[in-house]
Design a protein around this ligand. Structure first.
Ligand code: 48H
Length: 263
């Protein structure tokens, strides 16, 4: 069958416009498509919530593709392995309690499973601000990453969300935006982003999970950003904490959304 060039363009423009209009109002907006964000997207979509994940880069996966020092293998502990099993990622227990997985298989499976569960992934979008109303956040301000990278003076657009997840990794970008624009009102001991500490995998993994929580009304933090926000150490190339944090934030927000529906 012959294909027409302009029809191809028309199909892309039509379907993408519909997709973009469909994300204007969402239950949960996740910023960052690393392992924590992808995991959160899957577990929320599985509960049938409207979930949109914004990722600045062309590809999701964040810091997982490169494993450790570009050896594309990742390590998870027993609890993290259970999450990978749920996604169907193949792992090998190399030492007792130390499971290895192929980083490419892991990223692609997390992303594919999240999409198939119904999460909408908008790559090439950067979140540059939040919408604040009456001392709470109820949306995001987004722009094309290409605009950001080129430094063009082009105004963004906004979307509304009942809950936001800062899964932006080491940078903790959403928490820092709130600190800068709203003031030192984060739900941390100082009201500010405390900053990440040096590597200590065991403690970091535990604290990542413990600090997966609400940091400003309607804004939660997940993954590596937890350590930046609450002053936890980094953990190097072990990824169980990221996966478990993504799952925990989905549970916390799921409970809140359930209460909203009942009230
Ligand atoms: C849109 C954005 C924005 C923005 C950032 O870094 P990530 O992989 O984050 P996590 O928390 O899922 O996983 C962390 C892990 O990869 C890691 O770095 C570890 C375990 N390090 C240990 C150590 O010791 O170093 O993904 C975050 C994603 C990235 O893809 C960014 O491009 C994206 O968020 N992002 N997207 N708008 N404003 N800011």
């Amino acid at each position: 069958m012959a294909v027409e060039d302009v029809k191809i363009s028309d199909v892309i423009i039509k379907t993408f416009s519909e997709k973009l209009r469909g994300v204007l109002e969402t239950d949960v907006a996740i910023v960052g498509g690393g392992p924590a964000g992808l995991c959160a997207a899957y577990y929320l979509a599985k509960q049938d919530y409207r979930v949109t994940l914004f990722e600045r880069k062309l590809s999701v996966g964040g810091g997982m593709w490169g494993g450790g020092i570009m050896f594309n293998q990742i390590v998870v502990q027993k609890e993290g392995n259970k999450v990978l099993e749920e996604f169907g990622v193949r792992t090998v227990e190399v030492e007792p309690g130390y499971y290895a997985a192929d980083s490419v298989e892991t990223v692609t499976t997390l992303a594919s499973t999240a999409c198939k569960a119904g999460a909408r992934i908008m790559n090439l979008f950067s979140v540059e601000d939040v919408l604040t109303r009456d001392e709470e956040v109820d949306g995001l301000v987004i722009n094309w990453s290409a605009v950001e990278i080129a430094g063009l003076h082009v105004d963004p657009v906004s979307i509304s969300a009942k809950f936001i997840v800062d899964a932006t990794g080491h940078a903790a970008e959403i928490a820092r935006i709130i600190e800068r624009k709203v003031g030192p009102k984060l739900l941390t001991p100082t009201g500010r982003v405390i900053g990440e500490r040096s590597m200590w995998a065991d403690v970091a993994e535990m604290l990542t999970l413990e600090n997966t929580k609400e940091i400003y009304p309607h804004v939660f933090v997940a993954g590596m950003a937890c350590n930046a926000v609450f002053g936890g150490p980094r953990m190097g190339p072990i990824f169980g904490g990221m996966l478990l944090s993504g799952r925990k934030v989905a549970e916390l927000i799921g409970n809140r959304l359930q209460r909203l529906t009942k009230s």
